[in-house]
Ligand binder design. Sequence first.
Ligand code: SMO
Length: 785
Amino acid sequence: SEMDRPDLPARGVLGASAPRKEDHRLLRGDGAFTDDVQPARAAQMAVARCPYPHARIVSIDTSRAERLPGVLHILTGADIRETTGPLTVLRPVPGAPELPYRALADGVATHEGQPVVSVVATSRHIAEDALDLLDIEYEPLPHVVDTMEALGPGAPVLQPAVLDSNLLAAQTDRRGDPEARLREADVVVGARFRINRVTALPMEPRAVVAQWRPGARMLTVHASTQVPHLVRKQLAETLGLDESEIRTVAGDVGGGFGLKLGVFPEDVLACVHAMALRLPVKWVEDRGEHFRGSTHARESVHDYTIGADAEGRIVAMMDRYVTDLGGWNSPFGSAQLSSVVFNGPYKVHDGLVERRVALTNKTPIGAYRGYGQPEVNFAYERLMDMLARELGADPVELRARNMVTQAELPWENPAGAVYDSGDYERCLRMAAEAVGWSRHRDAPRTLREDGRIVGIGFSSFVERTGYASSRFLARRGSRFGAHESVTLRANRSGGVDAYTGVSSMGQSSETAFAQVISHVTGIAYDAVRVHGGDTAASPLNTGAFASRTMIAASGALKAAGEEFAAKTRRIAAYALGCAPEEVRIEGREARADGRTVPLAEVFTRALTGQGIPPEEEPGLECTAHFEPMDAAYSFGTAAAVVSVDPVTGEFDVERFVLAHDGGTLVNPAVVEGQIRGALAQGFGAALGEELRYDPGTGQLVNGSMMDYFVPTAADVPPVELLHTEVPSPVTPFGVRGVGEAGTIPPAAAVANAVCDALSAWGVELFTLPITPESIWRAMRAATGQ
Ligand code: SMO
């Protein structure tokens, strides 16, 4: 019944767990990351960063640094103001005024770690030594690091030239009259939920190598990025160059996770230095810089309320939240998907979501895998359990009663998101069954022999993947579209080279794209090679984020593949002396009626123009662009089994089951890897990650791998994955995105399990991360101690 669409593929190469094409080079240490780009005579850049959360730059004296042998070039904010424009923002916060941001602080720095001076020298260590010789006089200004205080009276205003408070923007989506429904509701639950500030922490930090050939007017920029074509555009705008004068290349990218979603100050600085010096300039971020100078994520405060009638039917959902943007308007900040899916999988007519965006003197917030969805899931799923307790209802049945049903889809939520298709309840039932919920439900929550109490918690979610059409984006003020593209080019070995702007960052696009091309054309999977991430060798595209790559690219792969196969058949038919309709492409051959011609011969004919039909043009190269008609919504339910020591708050996640639907699976092994990887990041944020600022000094106090919790294999609980495969009607082949789902449910499922175990005390958790200490404190609060 899942496969009831005739246009869906039977499981062949599309749907197989094909071995990853990327693994050969990566497992042999043969990956080519930005740091592997080693041009002769490359100069190295180091960056002096503001040590204060908020400071006026009174003066900069670079003379001592300039005299250090080996120092080649130094830039300050004044130089940058003359030579570049502000960094352009890819996706401005809707409704927000522009906050011009330069690659180096222009008079005032608004966060610790903001670049102030950049130095290029013959080696990185000389460049770093030169930083110590810079005489920069700062006048520290009053700072604010707490999100709610930043919006309160008396807070220092970060952008006084543009704003009279730290409220950058406020937006409300509403449908119906949720306030009236709440007044009439039989039960209302609500709380303030605090989401921790975390960071994506890719294994490879950011990196850039810029090379300028003035005679050719060509700037070649190798960068570790998810969006080479967008970085090219942003660099052109900021540097005042023509786009044709820039080539951006992303080689292997050692994790992006949303963090590498646009141009950063250091990219611009490396280019400015390279153009001034006429030498290649390289910068590779170190981990300390990464913690302060890249982007953070997630930090937000949700005041969430749900009202229901006595039967447990939800009558209103309201989320008023503040998202903390940090010190400037980063290219991709502000957790906008919290608004889009604020009601999760639950059917509600009357709803409201209000988003306020606050500036604080902290590292800017950027995108991070999940992009707003883990945050809001924690709030609404905690409240679903609290609602169940208020009503004396089974939390599984309460969820099932309120989920949008398969028959009701497509369905538009109060924020205007159109959920496309799915069977939400089925995933919920699968997860509940897998953890033995019906037995556990009625069992007393008593001490086990080891002094622990076992609890089970659930989290159901709907996840937006891909992100809608360019028309929708234009309404929201986005500066880019929604399309993907590919060029397929025949080679004389009898294979296909595919060129895409998508860079390879762990999402297996080379593997999955080759599967789709092979499926559409009939050409052997092994004969398809995917080249990604080079703006000079790929048609214009959007990039790899928002779980969107397969959703958008599959349409381009399909269209280009069909055109490519049709011409292949016409030339093969000419060679075989038959009609094109009689030709089948199989592996590395074209066949008709028992006779075969190797594709190497067909493609050689095409590329030489010798031995092709007279009306046929030589060459065999097809480019297609595709824009999906809307986002697809993945969904699922996680169930956590947790044991808690009620005295100390120590706990273990003993089992974690995720029943998930990613639509048609192009490569199940890749999907499983994507989900497990995202779950690890979800557990990190749920169980320990938290970037902490000292309110007195405004300093990040745990900005190192020694101090910041990152889950290791030993910290990630055992995970059991279950899949359903409901095809999406809005995407080619019925695919949904799968890259981010795992980040969404861990926090809510684990918190709900802990609260289930400790329900006799009425313990409720409202804050992330969940730690033995936070549980112990919640126990004390609940028992009035
Ligand atoms: S947070 Mo993702 O790379 O859209």
